[in-house]
Design a protein. Structure first.
Length: 421
């Protein structure tokens, strides 16, 4: 969320950001409501002060004066109640619009309307050249009995799955490997609940705009999370941290759930786009400093690339355009990994810088060590590894003519020394 003062002072910049991100927001309406709210706040405070003055003079007043004071007090109370109601109503309308106001994208982000206008920055590795007809991952799953897709769909609905046999061990190996990489980089492993209150989703910016993608638990006033970021971003809500304790680096491990309401049938085969998955997420809380945010963005991106290098997978780094990065992002890089059966790259990681856009929602702050200043923190996030989507790339890129799958050397110690799955 942007500071209303910033919007007042940089209205044209905010309007430009909305256009670049394809967001329908009326900055003039926001500023008009802001003005009304400020006026009403002043009026409400004046009426309260007058009411308090009447109450203070009541004890020393005569009987006749008290009757007049009572009438005036009643009239003030009626007027105050009306103005307080109006103030609350307009403040709520203003807050709703502020929650839908986009962050300012970095000048290095390409301008575009959707992912078709994203820019490939570079490619790493080479797609495999098979001397046999390769199978797609769904065929490899079937041949080796590593998953159930059709049968479980009758029980749990479409885009659900079960993993079986060695693939279960492989999933755990991948998660443990990713955690070991992050721990070596100074991150603290942390598990989180798979559900949260609505306020936590508002805190990340997933609500209100993305509410249709979340599974609701109405009896408990909770929603299933689609990433541990939802929990991690609110862990320090309404706290004032010490600058000396920053940065805070979390390696969040969670079960994730997404309705994928807007996916429009894209990548629905097999394990590429499912409704439930496991993810290890990188999450950073750092000082309110643009250079420091840039440093952590590049480092998070580098860690994800380190993991993909270790998994011996070809990939490309994408500079996401303004229309594809979402409301809160200042900068976003996707990593897309090669999927042979699709003859193209598919997103496996998403690295995002949000500056203080989330922190203003959660009021996560810190006190600067060299002063009494209290500032909002900056937040960043990036995938470390998500299963089962990564299996589409791992199984297909490392398959053999016999239907076995080579295990990358970095993962073999996690699989008891096995070189093939």
């Amino acid at each position: 969320m942007l500071d209303i003062k910033f919007i007042r002072e940089h209205a044209e910049l905010v309007e430009d950001a909305a256009v670049k991100k394809g967001v329908s927001i009326d900055v003039e309406e926001i500023l008009g409501l802001d003005g009304q709210v400020k006026t009403l706040r002043t009026h409400v405070e004046t009426l309260r002060r007058q009411r308090n003055q009447l109450a203070a003079s009541y004890a020393e007043a005569s009987q006749d004066e008290r009757e007049a004071l009572s009438r005036q007090s009643h009239e003030l109370s009626v007027a105050l109640a009306s103005e307080e109601f109006r103030f609350k109503e307009l403040s709520g309308q203003l807050q709703t619009l502020l929650l839908l106001t986009p962050n300012i994208p970095a000048t290095s982000s390409p301008i575009g309307t959707d992912d078709s206008e994203n820019v490939v920055e570079r490619r790493e590795g080479h797609p495999p050249a098979f001397d046999f007809t390769p199978a797609d991952h769904t065929e490899l799953l079937r041949l080796n009995g590593w998953a159930e897709l059709g049968d479980v769909a009758h029980i749990s609905g479409s885009r659900t799955f079960t993993l079986k046999g060695n693939l279960v061990k492989y999933e755990l190996a991948l998660i443990n490997f990713a955690l070991d990489v992050l721990c070596a980089e100074g991150f603290t492993p942390i598990t989180v609940p798979p559900f949260a209150r609505e306020s936590a989703f508002v805190g990340t910016g997933h609500f209100p705009a993305g509410k249709e993608d979340a599974y609701a638990l109405p009896n408990d006033d909770l929603y299933l999370v689609g990433t541990s970021e939802v929990i991690l971003n609110s862990l320090h809500a309404n706290q004032i941290l010490r600058e000396a304790d920053l940065p805070i680096l979390y390696a969040g491990v969670s079960q994730c759930f997404r309705r994928e309401a807007g996916s429009s049938g894209r990548d629905v085969r097999g394990l590429l786009r499912v409704h439930h998955f496991t993810k290890v997420e990188q999450f950073v809380i750092c000082r309110n400093d643009e250079q420091e945010s840039t440093y952590w963005h590049n480092r998070l991106l580098g860690i994800a690339e380190k993991i993909l290098h270790a998994l011996e997978l070809p990939y490309q780094v994408i500079n996401c355009c303004t229309g594809d990065m979402g409301l809160g992002k200042v900068k976003m890089n996707d990593i897309e990994t090669w999927v042979p059966s699709l003859d193209t790259y598919r997103e496996t990681h998403s690295c995002s810088t949000l500056h203080d856009w989330q922190a203003r929602r959660t009021q996560t702050r810190y006190r600067a060590d060299d002063s009494k200043d209290i500032k909002l923190v900056h937040t960043l996030n990036n995938t470390a590894l998500a299963t089962p989507r990564i299996f589409a790339a791992l199984l297909e890129n490392h398959q053999t003519a016999s239907g076995q799958v080579k295990i990358p050397k970095a993962l073999q110690p996690y699989m008891g020394g096995q070189s093939f799955l």
